[in-house]
Structure formats: structure tokens, C-alpha cells
Design a protein around this ligand. Structure first.
Ligand code: EPU
Length: 307
């Protein structure tokens, strides 16, 4: 047995003390919607209450970790991950209603949460229905679509602070929500969020959900493997339109292609690698910079660490 294998076997044994599932050598290509990325050791936390203990354990051993959400806005290198990928198991009863307020666990799927709220006559967030991923991931980057950003509805966030190892409940005044970014740190782990929504009849909310779904189907490659928009829209510009105007739709690098439906999406057409995607992103960045004089900023979260 090699030293690395010995270490991992020891780690697996030590983790038996916690309510977690140890899943060594998982291919990130199977855990991300872009379907690229090499191996990572994943630890699924079954009980969020034990999160502080698990993080403390990794800290005490000097083992780096990262939080893996739904993997729908994530690009991982082909070499994989040296850090442990921590994942919160979804809670069965992850949505709790109290009048116009709803507390949702961070590991819940955002789309499912939106429809469960609709069934309880709570609307306002219908625009978010087609945004893939978890509620925690959406919160971390203030996900938005069709004029709605999740941050606008936040009344409280229960968060595990990676920096202090403490759980805190933050009020909206203590959080900065901006376009696709927030004041949360990379090692803050969302546990749950309380939203205050708008009381509306179910039928009206469903009508809005249908409209948004239709728009999304018409303009985005929703049935293909992607991470949504790859770059943010610089103020006053649409990145998709700029790349489209440059005639770059359909451009390929290996198995990756700029979507022919929406030019700010890279789709994994045929066994793309992360490096195909990085190469395509470089060309997009360079050509947009040269022609429009704007610097594109990544919207997709990139785990760049070397193994
Ligand atoms: N356009 C083109 N060609 C393209 C793409 C877009 O000409 O290939 C034009 C459209 O015709 C439209 C304009 O550009 O006039 C804006 O396009 P769209 O309405 O699709 O919106 P977007 O700015 O490209 C943003 C978000 C999406 C979100 C939609 C709907 C960003 C980077 N993108 O896209 O979010 O779903 O609005 O609200 O903010 C994501 O976050 O991953 C994402 C996809």
C-alpha cells in the first residue's frame, strides 16, 4: 500500500466517529453539471449539527476542504482536487412555513423550494425556478434570473463561519448582496435561510413560473451539460450578445463548444475536458477584450487548486 493510500485508509477510519459518508476518489465530472473535472475525496455530512466538529477535525489535521453544493455552477480542473469536498446531505423536511416567511435548508434544491413555496401561495421568487443548484449555493452568490435575485427576500441566514468555527444567524443588514456576489467568505457554509415572500394565489405564481420556463427554454441550452452563464455581464453590456456579435457561437475546443443557443454558455458536447473549457474561456475573454474593451469576469466558480 502506498503512503497516500495508508493516509486515506486512516482518515476513513477516523471519520467513522462522525455521522458522515466517506466517498473517496469521486469523479467531479459526475458531480458537476458541466461534467468535467478529475477525482476528489468527498465527505457527505448527514447531520448538519456535526458540521463544526467535522471542520474542526479537518483543521486539526491540516487537511484543506471546500464545500460542494449542487455542482451546477462549478468548474473543476482535470487534475481533480487535493482538498476534501464536503457536501451537506439534503434534509427531508428542508422547508418550514410561517406566514409569509419560509425557512429553507441550504442543501435543498432551489427549484424544488420555489415550487413548494408556490404550493403554499408564496411567490416573488418564481423567476428563480429554473436556476439549478442548491439554495445555499444560490445564496452564496446571490443567484438571479428574470429580474429576481434571491438576496432581496432574505430575512435571516444561518451560517457556519469557516473563519471562526461558529454558527451565526445573520440579519440582512449584516450581508451585502450584489449582482452575482455577496459578502460571504468562501469558507462560510450556509445552513439555512429565512425568506419573506409575497402572498399570492398559486395559479398566479404558476403562470409566472410557466412564463419564465418558456423564456429560458427559448434562449438557453437547458438540456445540455453546462454551468449556466460562464461570465458575468459587465455593467451596461450583455456578454452573450457580445460573443454572439463576434460570430463565436458554435466555436469548439475539443469536446467543449460555445452554445449555438446562448453565446455566454459553454456546453460539454462530447467528452470535454476542463482544459478544453479553459481554452475556450481564454479565447472568449481575449476576443471580447480586444473588440469591446471590456474585461470579462467569471460567473462560474472555478476550483483552480493543483492536486
Ligand atoms: N443575446 C444575444 N445572443 C446570445 C445571447 C443573448 O443576442 O447568444 C441578447 C438577447 O437577445 C438579449 C440580451 O442579449 O437581448 C440579453 O440576453 P438574455 O436575456 O438571455 O440575458 P443574459 O443577460 O444573457 C442573464 C443572466 C442569466 C439569466 C438571464 C435571464 C448573467 C450573466 N446572465 O442572461 O443567468 O438566466 O439573464 O434573467 O447575468 C446564470 O446566472 O448562469 C445565467 C444564465
Amino acid at each position: 500500500m502506498t503512503g497516500a493510500m495508508n493516509n486515506r485508509a486512516r482518515l476513513a477510519k477516523e471519520l467513522e466517529a462522525f455521522p458522515v459518508r466517506w466517498k473517496p476518489g469521486q469523479r467531479m465530472s459526475e458531480l458537476t453539471s458541466l461534467a468535467v473535472g478529475g477525482p476528489a475525496d468527498v465527505v457527505v455530512i448527514e447531520d448538519p449539527q456535526c458540521l463544526p466538529d467535522v471542520v474542526h477535525f479537518f483543521r486539526s489535521k491540516g487537511i484543506p476542504w471546500r464545500l460542494l453544493g449542487g455542482g451546477s455552477n462549478l468548474l473543476v480542473r482535470d487534475e481533480g482536487l487535493r482538498s476534501i469536498a464536503l457536501q451537506l446531505a439534503p434534509e427531508r423536511n428542508g422547508v418550514l412555513f410561517d406566514g409569509p416567511r419560509v425557512e429553507i435548508s441550504a442543501a435543498a434544491s432551489l427549484g424544488t423550494a420555489v415550487t413548494r413555496c408556490a404550493k403554499n401561495n408564496l411567490g416573488g421568487i418564481a423567476g428563480l425556478v429554473g436556476v439549478p443548484g442548491t439554495v445555499g449555493g444560490a445564496l452564496h452568490m446571490n443567484a438571479g434570473a428574470y429580474g429576481t435575485q434571491i438576496g432581496e427576500f432574505v430575512k435571516a441566514v444561518k451560517v457556519f463561519r469557516g473563519s471562526t468555527g461558529e454558527i451565526e444567524v445573520l440579519k440582512p443588514e449584516g450581508i451585502r448582496f450584489e449582482y452575482r456576489q455577496t459578502s460571504f467568505a468562501a469558507d462560510d457554509i450556509m445552513l439555512s435561510v429565512t425568506l419573506e415572500l409575497i402572498e399570492r394565489p398559486y395559479e398566479r405564481i404558476v403562470e409566472r413560473i410557466k412564463q419564465c420556463n418558456q423564456k429560458r427554454r427559448a434562449s438557453q441550452p437547458i438540456s445540455e451539460k453546462s454551468a449556466g452563464c460562464i461570465f458575468k455581464n459587465p455593467p451596461g453590456y450583455s456578454t452573450g450578445k457580445m460573443i454572439d456579435d463576434l460570430g463565436m457561437k458554435g466555436m469548439r475546443m475539443g469536446g467543449a463548444m460555445i452554445s449555438d443557443r446562448h453565446a455566454n454558455f459553454i456546453v460539454n458536447r462530447q467528452g470535454a475536458t476542463a482544459s478544453d473549457i479553459f481554452r475556450l474561456m481564454d479565447v472568449m475573454r481575449e476576443r471580447v477584450g480586444k473588440s469591446f474593451g471590456v474585461e470579462l469576469e467569471e460567473e462560474v466558480i472555478v476550483w483552480r487548486e493543483s492536486p
